[in-house]
Every structure is written in structure tokens, then in C-alpha cells.
Design a protein around this ligand. Structure first.
Ligand code: ATP
Ligand code: MG
Length: 201
């Protein structure tokens, strides 16, 4: 095939692709907030959520974060985003089950965090809401899934919500507008590399 034929075919293909994309853009005109679910066993769920926090702040939006698992005393995301005027950052008290060793205490912490989260879902000033590691609340039955699904479904029309955590329940997937399942193909941790500040927390 000559260079000019190749060039011509490439241009035709790109033109067809552009037509398809333009049609899709024209068809997607609904304006409303979306519910994004980031799940799966691979790395990148929480960091993607915080990437969207940075984007929203760059547009002057107001953001709320609720972290449902407190794994460490201090995280980079909390240190950084908590300082931002437009971010309200909440971390659930007590933390992991294997740290507190008390189901009763965990349930109390979960319900307290959910009370805060529920208010956020009724407050249209928040344009972006992050519920980080919330999936575990349903895995351990710390929170009632139907209650949470209902509050999510009735949140303000323009409010975007990002929920993260492994093993998301099918009901959450069904309600979400966007679902990304991040696959674990390889992780440095499994090769014995120690978790690092700035990368893992
Ligand atoms: P990140 O916060 O880095 O985006 P994540 O939210 O996708 O990660 P979680 O399931 O919340 O991942 O796990 C939190 C911690 O576990 C992070 O320190 C992350 O690097 C680590 N991690 C994530 N995926 C894996 C994996 N497949 N194997 C081992 N450790 C992992
Ligand atoms: Mg995470």
C-alpha cells in the first residue's frame, strides 16, 4: 500500500470515528449529577476519587468527604484537602475491626459517620461528595443498605457522588451511573515492597 493510500484510509477512518463520537455527544445532553462507583481489588479507587476532588476544587466547587475506614492516624489526602476552604473532611472514628476488636464500637462509629453522610446527601451546596471505603459498611452489616440506597437516590439533582471500596454489593452497582471495577493484575506489596507515604496513604 502506498503512503498516500494509507494516509487516505486513515483519514476516512478518523472521519467515521468523529461522526460516531459527535453523534454520541449530541445524544448525551441530560444535565444531572452522577453516582460513580469505584470497586475491585486493584489499586486506584481512592486515589481516583481524590483526583476528582482536585478537579472539582479547581472549578471552585464545594466538596464533602466521608472516609468510612480509618486505617492510619494521618493520611496525605486528609492533611491536604482538610486545609482547603471548600472541603469538609470527615473521618470515621475508631477504624478497622481488627484494630478495635469490637463490633459494637464499630457499628456505633459507622452510624455516626452515616448520620453525617446522610446530611451531606440532603445539602445541595455540595457539588461533589466522596464516600471513601463505604462498601465495607455493607459487607459487615454495619449499615442498612436500603437506607443508604434511598438517600443516594434522593440526593440533590446536580450532586455528584463517588463511592469507593472493594466488593461492592450488586444493589450499589445497579444504582450507580458509572461503575469501574479496578482489576489487580500486579501489586508491589505482593513482591514484598513496603507501603509508601505519598503512594499508599
Ligand atoms: P489507593 O488509595 O492507592 O487508590 P485503593 O483505594 O484502590 O488504593 P484499597 O482497597 O482502599 O485501594 O486499599 C488501600 C491500600 O491497599 C492502599 O495502600 C493500596 O496501595 C493497597 N492496595 C490496593 N490494591 C492492592 C492490592 N491489589 N494488593 C495489595 N495492596 C493493595
Ligand atoms: Mg481505597
Amino acid at each position: 500500500m502506498s503512503e498516500s493510500t494509507r494516509e487516505e484510509r486513515h483519514n476516512q477512518r478518523m472521519k467515521r470515528t468523529k461522526e460516531i463520537v459527535d453523534k454520541r455527544i449530541a445524544a448525551s445532553q441530560e444535565e444531572r449529577g452522577v453516582f460513580i462507583l469505584l470497586t475491585g481489588n486493584g489499586k486506584g479507587k481512592s486515589s481516583s476519587a481524590f483526583g476528582m476532588v482536585a478537579r472539582a476544587l479547581g472549578h471552585g466547587q464545594k466538596v464533602a468527604v466521608v472516609q468510612f475506614v480509618k486505617g492510619r492516624m494521618e493520611t496525605g489526602e486528609q492533611n491536604f484537602f482538610d486545609q482547603q476552604e471548600n472541603v469538609d473532611f470527615h473521618v470515621m472514628g475508631d477504624g478497622f475491626t481488627w484494630e478495635t476488636q469490637s463490633r459494637e464500637k464499630d457499628i456505633a462509629s459507622a452510624q455516626e459517620a452515616w448520620a453525617t453522610a446522610k446530611k451531606i446527601l440532603q445539602d445541595e451546596r455540595y457539588q461533589l461528595v466522596i464516600f471513601d471505603e463505604m462498601t465495607y459498611m455493607f459487607k459487615y452489616d454495619y449499615l442498612d443498605l436500603d437506607d443508604v440506597l434511598e438517600a443516594i437516590a434522593h440526593r440533590p439533582k446536580m450532586q455528584n457522588l463517588v463511592l469507593t471500596g472493594r466488593g461492592a454489593k450488586p444493589e450499589l452497582k445497579a444504582l450507580a451511573d458509572t461503575v469501574s471495577v479496578i482489576m489487580d493484575e500486579k501489586h508491589a506489596f505482593k513482591a514484598g515492597v513496603k507501603a509508601q507515604k505519598g503512594i499508599e496513604w
